[in-house]
Design a protein around this ligand. Sequence first.
Ligand SMILES: [Zn+2]
Length: 345
Amino acid sequence: MLATFSYVDFQRQNCAVGEDVEKLKQRLSLLDYLRQQNWAVRAAGHGPEFVGLCPLHPETRPSFYVNARKNLFYCHGCGQGGDLIRFVQLSRHLSFRESLAYLEQQSAPPTDPAAILEQAATFYQQQLHCYAEALRYLEQRGLRDPALIKELRIGYAPGGSLRRHLTAQGYSCDLLQRLGLLNSQDHDAFHRRVIFPCCQGGRIVNLYGRSIAAAFAHRFLPGSRGGLYAWESVRQFPTVILVEGLFDFAVLWQMGFRHATCSLGTHLNAEQFQQLCDRPRTVYLTFDVDANGSGQKASQQLAQRLCAQGIATRRVLLPDGHDPNSFAQGGDARQFQSLLEAAQP
Ligand SMILES: [Zn+2]
């Protein structure tokens, strides 16, 4: 019944097609394209074949077959057959080149930065569980709850594999460079880094890469870092704990302090400052206690600025040399709670 010989003929006909065409066909299968065009389809038996009414000639009984494995079609009614490009040539009356250009456009991935960062974050998230060094690092920093690691979408950039992953989906190196995901030599920008996605309004606006090798500085991608971390779920609380680092924030969340947020540094940007002031609340400033006193100085200045906007503040005094992360690791929720209670205006 099925014209298997015809498929073979068409495959031979197209054996000279270039690498670009093959890549395009990998991105967009014939079956997916037909479905996008609302082709009503049903499986023709148990194999990889599908059948429906022919989109190329009028008919009342289905005689248009698609072999999903071979990515080819054949119609027993009009005798037409071939691959995706042949189908576009016939259905849209285009030349081979025009069909190729049309399909390139149809299958182009979205160039919206948030969509690409979303793909990168998902990829990094999948990598995390393949690298013991990354999980060990999280453990060292006191982050042990798998549910929280998943909720915060923490990932790992081993370096050297993001480019392959994203270019296979059709993203150009040029675009990935502009977003900062690749460096000027087209290598992955993040190498051996734990990745935290920074979100705003439910969309990823940046990625923070925490180097797990002390020799490299921690860094963001170029562009906005967004507002306060996890602000959408924190803003509802009348009291808020503000910390400077993501690991401080994550460990507090792990201990159950879900009203903690993070400014990703001691200097708040205008948006972060606005967020803290968007309604009356009390802010517990919990910056690092470092030897040069910079954390405490920043904390004092911020308290004054917030006070001028009618926001109450308390300064949480951690023991010398501690940040919330190191303190929380050595203590428990009750000890941190008593620090909050002892905080001074
Ligand atoms: Zn037909």
